[in-house]
Ligand binder design. Sequence first.
Ligand SMILES: [Zn+2]
Ligand SMILES: [Zn+2]
Length: 284
Amino acid sequence: MVAVRVGAHLSIGGGWAQLISDAVSLGCETVQIFSRSPRGGKARPLGEGEVAVLREGLARADLHPLIVHTPYLVNIGAPEESKWEYAVSVLAEDLTRAALLGSPWVVVHMGHARGLPPEEGLLRCVRALDTAVERAGTAGEGVTILLENTAGGLGASVEALAAVISAARHGGRLGLCLDTCHAFAAGYDLRLPSGQDDFLGRVRRLVGSDRVRVWHFNDSVGDCGSHLDRHEHLGLGRLGRQAFALLLAQPELEGRPVILETPVKGPEGYRPDLSVLRELREGG
Ligand SMILES: [Zn+2]
Ligand SMILES: [Zn+2]
């Protein structure tokens, strides 16, 4: 098994001190957050005092890296100008907020082109990413955008992710966050060694393993190729426990943070998934 850092997506609704105490109580080694309300709206500015609370808390608890996920409404491939502009402004702001919070990575989903031909949608993604990097400027320096593969839409294939990275002017600021539920729902059969070789082989050849920075470990409610983006607890979905055990032997996971985004009502809900993940990491 490879060495991974285990963690979960936690809410910041109770404040930064609560976030740290939730993460510590769960035994997380890394954590993912929304830096703002996931349902959109204007982000509250971050005060110096609260940033210090967070940074000190993370350091004290040896919690790293901190990963920022953009809100769900962000669609960087949106054909409508207003939705595209909203996506760019939120992404640029989250780059700045991540830099302030001490997070090296902002995760964004590849979008949906709706009625547009996919090639045009991909170009809109490229332009959104470049514009956001330029708009954030020096305030976002040191933060890399991680494109997350999706169950359907523009980011369902490794080829599409690779095309966006290679077409971007600021490709050096882009990497990947790979979600197991999304890859499986998109048609990569991660239950089988051959399916994992196919998926990771494409990643290696087309993007490069070094660009894979973060993993999202979620089981899947939908079957392989169903394009259904519905997460399930580890071992209880169509992927099954063995798929995660196999993944934890792949070099693309060495040293990476593995984040759970399973369906929970509160932080306690992650406990069973975290113990499965730790057992598998120990080789169980
Ligand atoms: Zn995501
Ligand atoms: Zn995910």
